[in-house]
Design a protein around this ligand. Structure first.
Ligand code: RM4
Ligand code: MN
Ligand code: MN
Length: 434
C-alpha cells in the first residue's frame, strides 16, 4: 500500500515501472518452462498467444461488496453507481489484460445508455451480455414477482416480465451488447404449489416472446439453477430443462452454465461436453463453490474441476465443434476487496485454460482408445500440475498488463484513494445476495 503517493493503476507508465524489476525473474522462469514443455514436444509460444487472447467479462454486480441473507459488510470505497463500477472494471482489465467487457444487470445498472457507452469508451471497455432482473420487485413496479415472473399464473405479470426483458435488449443494443442472459427465480417452495408442466409451458411461451424481440445478431443465453430462491423446484432447474427450452425456442438460444448452480459432486465437465455435442453451449458464469451457489472466487475451491471444464473446451475447439462461448464471471465478494477477487479469478481462469492447452492430446486419444485408464488420467494430471504461471505473466506483459497484478494493485493505493471520493455512507447498505 502506498498512502503517501497513490498511483493510477491504469497508467501504462506505472504498470511498466512496476513490471521492470520483475522482468528478469520472469524470463528465467519462462525459459525453464519452455524447455520443460519442449521435452514434451510442446511449443510455449502458441500457448502464450492463446492465453493472451483469452477474455472473460466482469459482472457489474461483482465490484460491489456482496453479502448473504444474514448480512452485508460494505468495504471502503465501494462503487456508488454504475459509473464507479465501470472505473473499477477498467482497473481489473488494465492489470489482468483479460477483462475488456462488463456484463450489466438491469435495472440495477440503469443509466442513460449514451452516457454509459461514452464512459465505457473512455475507459477502453465494452459490454457483454445484459442480465435482466425479474427476481426482485423494484420501486414503483405495478405487479409483484413474489410468485414468479415469466411463469406466473397471472398473464399480466408475465407480460410485465417480458416487457422488462425486451427493454433490456433495447438498452443492450444501445450499448453494443450481443446477448441477453435470462435467469429467473421462478419455482415453488412446496410440493404441489405449482403445476410443474404448466409452469414450464408458461416459461416457453414467455421466452418465445423475448426470443422474437432479439436483434438478428443477438443470442439468448438461458441460465439454469437447481435451487434458491425456490427451494423445492425451480422452473429451469437443470441443463435438461435449459436444453429443452433452447431447442424449442430456436437456433439463437443457448444454455449458460453457472458453475455454482448444481448439486455438490455433479460432473459439470460432462454437462459441458453434452451441451457442446448438442450445439447449445452458449456461455459460462464462472465462480467456485463448496456447497451450492456459494459464488466464491473462481478456482478457489476446486481448481481441478475448473481445469477439467477447460479441458472439454480446448478439446472441442481442436475438433472444431466449439460454438462461440461467452465467458463471464458471476461471483459475490463478501469479505474480500472485489477488485482483488476479480483479478485473482481472471488469473485462475487463464491458468485453467493454459493447463488445458498443454494436455498431450495425441497421447490422451491413444490412451483412451487402448483403455489405458491410468495413463489417460496421468496425462491430465501432468498438465494440471505444471506450473504455468510464467505463461500467464508473459501473456499479461504482452498485453501491457501487470506481471504481478495483485501486488501492483495494492501498491497503487487505488482503494484508499477512491474511498475518499466514495463515502461508505453513500454506498448500498443492508443484506442481499450481491
Ligand atoms: C443468480 C444467478 C444470476 C445472477 C443473480 C444475481 O443466482 O447466478 O446469474 O444474475 O444470481
Ligand atoms: Mn449466474
Ligand atoms: Mn447464482
Amino acid at each position: 500500500m502506498n498512502d503517501a503517493h497513490p498511483a493510477n493503476p491504469r497508467d501504462p507508465d506505472f504498470i511498466s515501472q512496476c513490471n521492470a524489476p520483475l522482468r528478469a525473474g520472469l524470463e528465467a522462469d519462462y525459459d525453464a518452462l519452455a524447455l520443460q514443455l519442449q521435452r514434451r514436444g510442446l511449443k510455449i509460444e502458441p500457448v502464450v498467444q492463446a492465453v493472451a487472447d483469452f477474455r472473460v467479462a466482469i459482472p457489474s454486480w461483482g465490484v460491489g461488496t456482496g453479502g448473504t441473507r444474514f448480512a452485508r459488510f460494505p468495504g471502503p470505497g465501494e462503487p456508488r453507481d454504475v459509473f464507479d463500477k465501470l472505473e473499477d472494471c477498467a482497473v481489473i482489465h488494465a492489470l489482468s489484460g483479460a477483462t475488456p467487457k462488463v456484463s450489466l444487470h438491469l435495472p440495477w445498472d440503469q443509466a442513460e445508455p449514451r452516457a454509459l457507452r461514452e464512459r465505457a469508451d473512455e475507459l477502453g471497455l465494452g459490454f457483454d451480455a445484459v442480465n435482466s432482473n425479474t427476481f426482485q420487485d423494484q420501486r414503483g413496479q405495478a405487479l409483484s414477482y413474489k410468485f414468479g415472473s415469466l411463469t406466473h399464473t397471472d398473464p399480466a405479470v408475465r407480460e410485465q416480465a417480458i416487457a422488462h426483458n425486451i427493454s433490456c435488449i433495447r438498452i443492450g443494443e444501445a450499448l453494443g451488447s450481443k446477448a441477453l442472459t435470462l435467469w429467473i427465480a421462478d419455482g415453488a417452495n412446496f410440493p404441489g404449489q405449482q403445476h410443474l408442466a404448466r409452469a414450464f409451458e408458461r416459461y416457453l411461451e414467455s421466452a418465445a416472446k423475448i426470443y422474437a424481440a432479439l436483434p438478428a445478431d443477438w443470442r439468448l443465453l438461458i441460465e439454469h439453477k437447481m435451487y434458491e430462491p425456490a427451494f423445492y423446484a425451480t422452473v429451469i432447474q437443470d441443463w435438461g430443462s435449459s436444453l429443452m427450452a433452447t431447442q424449442t425456442l430456436g437456433p439463437r438460444a443457448f444454455c449458460l452454465i453457472d458453475l455454482g448452480h448444481h448439486a455438490p459432486h455433479v460432473n459439470i465437465e460432462m454437462i459441458v461436453a453434452r451441451l457442446i455435442q448438442a450445439g447449445r453451449l452458449g456461455g459460462f458464469h464462472f465462480n467456485d463453490s463448496k456447497y451450492g451457489d456459494d459464488d466464491l472466487d473462481s478456482g478457489s475451491i476446486d481448481p481441478y474441476r475448473l481445469f477439467l471444464i477447460f479441458n472439454e473446451l480446448v478439446d472441442a475447439a481442436r475438433r472444431n465443434v466449439l460454438p462461440s462461448v461467452a465467458h463471464m464471471i458471476d461471483q459475490s465478494h463478501n469479505i474480500t476487496d472485489p477488485i482483488e477477487s476479480l483479478i485473482a479469478s481472471a488469473i485462475e481462469l487463464t491458468r485453467a485454460y493454459a493447463q488445458a492447452l498443454i494436455v498431450d492430446r495425441t497421447l490422451l486419444d491413444a490412451s483412451q482408445e487402448e483403455n489405458d485408464a491410468l495413463q489417460a488420467t496421468q496425462i491430465l494430471k501432468r498438465a494440471f500440475t505444471t506450473d504455468v504461471a510464467p505463461i500467464l505473466a508473459m501473456a499479461r506483459q504482452a498485453r501491457g498488463a501487470a506481471i504481478d497484478p495483485l501486488g501492483l494493485y495494492r501498491c497503487s493505493g487505488y482503494r484508499q484513494e477512491v474511498a475518499k471520493a466514495r463515502p461508505t455512507a453513500l454506498a448500498r447498505r443492508g443484506s442481499g445476495i450481491v
